[in-house]
Design a protein around this ligand. Structure first.
Ligand code: SF4
Length: 417
């Protein structure tokens, strides 16, 4: 009997290891299910889980390694395409989904950033971003990235690709379809919440970008749609897979949160080497709860205490994200107040000049105001950097592309998933 899906997309019968991994069902229970999308996909499973799974079907253990390699390295989308498997077995596996999405829309900004809208098995759409960075002394512009990637995948003659190396490839992944946090400045928050993403739907985003660019992904930031700590089991399950199955170092992975009471502590208990990024966006409680409604239930002082505990438990510093909104949170006095809040804290502040969206009239501060904020923090010995959002031309703010595309081309959802 298959447990029904709950509203967050998980199954009531799921049991989890410390990294949030659910054991795969035996093959016999998979074949009992008449509807394809009710069969749990294999993507996100470890080599050990895949080995157990093939053995449960009277196949030798080494087929587990083969399956792992075909899913994570060959990017196979259907088990019936795994040519090293016996033909009769392959045919019987046709209904077992790998768990890959379909590309719904793709757009590239002149700086090389690529935004994707991916269609999931139930018809929901999520947003993912691939962000290349180049050699520091390269003379080429950002727009050279994609021709290089396209040449690597054979979609462009190599002689036509400019000579520039992508130094790093970062993927900004979504952890939920929509977001329930309703932050006032955020296009995703304005669109409401649909459901949590499953671990395979998070891993799929990374494989999709890797395949499109034709090179390995080096960094992951959980800064797309959704609040990752509200979907912590699937996020941790995907982190295990990204690290062990795809080979992305934990230190190259950043989990970003606006803060959910008790959840930073929960994350700390796993003692991962990932970076925790906490979205502050304000230097005091009153302004913070104006911008982030959920902050009413989570006073800034409690959030900062949980962050201090995180540093103590993990030995890792915390990154604080601070979106600069013109005339609202960008004054020198607010920079002083922020410095006071973070005094003696092992942390780093990322200032992000705002990407305006049409739904609200917040504005980006001018560069002099940004610099003045930086200097005030530096004088107070706070480690600080400024991060401009990439791909401004391509509906850059989180959730904007999805909102604009879905309003033009509504996507039907499947009833049974
Ligand atoms: S900023 Fe992040 S947490 Fe807030 S509504 Fe947007 S996606 Fe959700």
């Amino acid at each position: 009997m298959v447990a029904p899906l709950s509203t967050d997309g998980s199954r009531a019968s799921d049991s989890h290891t410390p990294l949030g991994l659910s054991p795969l069902p035996a093959f016999s229970s998979l074949t009992d299910r008449p509807i394809r999308c009710h069969i749990p996909p294999l993507l996100g499973a470890s080599v050990e889980e895949l080995t157990q799974w093939v053995q449960a079907q009277q196949q030798p253990a080494y087929r587990g390694k083969q399956l792992h390699q075909w899913i994570y390295q060959q990017g196979v989308r259907s088990l019936s395409d795994i040519s090293v498997f016996p033909k009769s077995w392959r045919e019987s596996l046709a209904e077992v989904p790998v768990g890959r999405s379909n590309l719904h829309y793709r757009t590239q900004a002149p700086d090389g950033t690529v935004k994707y809208l991916l269609r999931l098995a139930d018809g929901q759409i999520v947003e993912t971003v691939g962000i290349p960075s180049f050699e520091a002394n390269s003379k080429a512009d950002w727009g050279a990235a994609l021709p290089v990637a396209r040449a690597a995948t054979g979609q462009l003659a190599e002689s036509d690709a400019p000579a520039v190396d992508i130094q790093r490839l970062t993927v900004c992944v979504s952890s939920q379809v929509g977001c329930p946090m309703a932050c006032d400045f955020c296009a995703t928050g304005k669109g409401g919440f649909q459901r949590n993403l499953q671990r395979h739907e998070i891993v799929d985003q990374v494989l999709t970008v890797q395949e499109d660019f034709g090179r390995r992904v080096s960094n992951i930031v959980f800064m797309g749609m959704g609040e990752p700590l509200l979907n912590i089991d699937n996020v941790l399950g995907s982190v295990r897979s990204l690290n062990q199955d795809i080979g992305i170092g934990q230190r190259g992975i950043t989990i970003s949160t606006v803060g959910i009471p008790g959840h930073i502590q929960r994350l700390a208990e796993h003692r991962l080497q990932v970076t925790l990024a906490v979205s502050l966006h304000a230097s005091n409680q009153a302004l913070r709860q104006q911008l982030i409604p959920s902050a009413r239930q989570y006073p800034l002082s409690d959030l900062l205490q949980e962050c201090r505990d995180y540093v103590q438990i993990t030995g890792r510093r915390v990154t604080f994200e601070y979106i600069l909104l013109s005339g609202l949170n960008d004054s020198p006095e607010q920079a002083e107040e922020l410095a006071n809040q973070l005094r003696g804290f092992q942390s780093h502040v990322n200032l992000i000049p705002y990407n305006p969206i049409s739904e609200v009239d917040y504005q980006r501060p001018d560069p002099r105001r940004v610099q003045s904020f930086v200097k005030t923090l530096q004088k107070r010995k706070i480690a600080v950097s400024v991060r401009y959002s990439r791909g401004l031309e391509a509906d850059a703010a989180c959730g904007q592309l999805r909102a604009s595309q879905i309003s033009q081309n509504p996507v039907p959802l499947m009833r049974d998933c």
